[in-house]
Design a protein around this ligand. Structure first.
Ligand SMILES: Nc1nc2c(ncn2[C@@H]2O[C@H](COP(=O)(O)OP(=O)(O)OP(=O)(O)O)[C@@H](O)[C@H]2O)c(=O)[nH]1
Ligand SMILES: [Mg+2]
Length: 335
């Protein structure tokens, strides 16, 4: 082989080597690219699976959250409806609350505990005096009058021998500045055996809230009593008399006197009818169970309780009897 031919063969071999190297490089590169692509592919698949899982979890989570939100909204709506209809959420006292309140009020398991509630000046203290057989001026009586506002729950054991009743004079919601629907729970009225709601002119929101609570707490028996019947009947009669009529006139002639008596019996009939009607309307519109109203005045209560007759009496005998029956029933259930 000539020199030129050797050089050409060498150049050819170099070129071939060069091409082979470049090809090998490309092959290496493609292989690496394939591997990288595979890795990226696997990572992408993993990410896709993750994304799918997340999506599903998210959907499940969103579904659960949406259902919980729907339920919460329904409950809120129901509570709001109840609220506007006057039904407040029922909150039950704990065992500790009951123990604390019983200790506070000197609860004695061998006795019955009867509370009298109602508006300020409605006649609560006078009522308690009368049912305990005391007139308002008795030295052991609860203090009464326009300036003698009872502003703390006060305990009055019944002074009659063998009586197992303890009376409690409970200040009105307005006196204590307690919201009417918290009044029952805040004052621990759930510990009483019986609650007498004494209304003077009309039901207060707190009276209705207490009657409602008595229905929820089946252990507490509620009574509705309208007080001061003598005063209301007198006022009705007075308003129907001719102008210038003066009840305290010592020179009043017999005709005027008998006209006033006639107005009083007419007023008494209307007062009883209107009171019974109004109470039933209030009970119905507040979704309370039917309940009778006892119409009383302090003088007739005191007289009837002492087995005396009273021309002012309306429901006093029936009320005292109903209270006696309630006491009897409760004492029997205790033993
Ligand atoms: N005519 C008449 N007056 C009554 C009757 N009951 C109470 N009163 C009078 O009404 C006023 C208020 O009576 P109280 O017994 O002090 O009323 P209360 O609900 O205890 O009043 P507070 O403790 O201030 O909330 C007093 O002047 C009583 O004499 C009643 O049946 N007939
Ligand atoms: Mg009082």
């Amino acid at each position: 082989m000539g020199r030129e031919e050797v050089d050409a063969a060498r150049r050819g071999a170099n070129e071939a080597e060069d091409i082979a190297r470049k090809t090998q490089n490309r092959v290496d590169l493609s292989w690496a690219q394939v591997k990288e692509a595979e890795r990226v592919g696997r990572a992408a698949e993993g990410a896709a699976e993750n994304a799918q899982r997340c999506q599903e979890e998210h959907e499940r989570g969103t579904g659960t959250a949406a259902a919980a939100l729907r339920r919460a909204e329904e409950e809120k709506l129901a509570i709001e409806c109840d609220w506007f209809e006057g039904v407040r959420p029922e909150c039950r006292p704990s065992e500790e609350d009951i123990v604390r309140m019983k200790a506070k009020y000197g609860y004695n398991p061998n006795f019955l505990h009867l509370a009298v509630v109602g508006s300020s000046g409605g006649g609560k203290s006078s009522f308690i005096n009368a049912v305990r057989g005391l007139s308002n001026d008795d030295p052991t009586a609860a203090r009464t009058g326009i300036v003698e506002t009872t502003n703390a729950v006060t305990r009055y054991p019944d002074p009659r021998p063998n009586s197992r009743i303890i009376w409690y004079d409970v200040p009105g919601a307005g006196t204590l500045n307690v919201p009417e629907w918290q009044y029952f729970n805040d004052l621990g009225l759930y510990i009483f055996d019986c609650i007498i709601v004494l209304m003077d002119n009309r039901f207060l929101d707190s009276d209705l809230a207490i009657l409602r609570a008595c229905e929820q707490f089946s252990d507490v028996e509620g009574f509705i009593v309208r007080s001061k019947s003598d005063q209301h009947i007198n006022n009705m009669a007075y308003n129907r008399m001719p102008r210038g009529f003066d009840l305290s006139d010592p020179d009043m002639n017999n005709e005027t006197r008998s006209q006033f008596q006639q107005m009083k019996s007419e007023g008494r009939r209307r007062f009883i009818e209107e009171t019974r009607q109004n109470v039933q309307i209030n009970i119905k519109s507040n979704n309370l169970s039917p309940k009778k109203v006892h119409i009383v005045c302090k003088d007739a209560l005191l007289a009837v309780g002492s087995n005396l007759r009273s021309s002012k009496a309306i429901d006093e005998a029936e009320l005292l009897n109903d209270i006696r029956e309630c006491v009897h029933r409760r004492l029997q259930s205790k033993y």
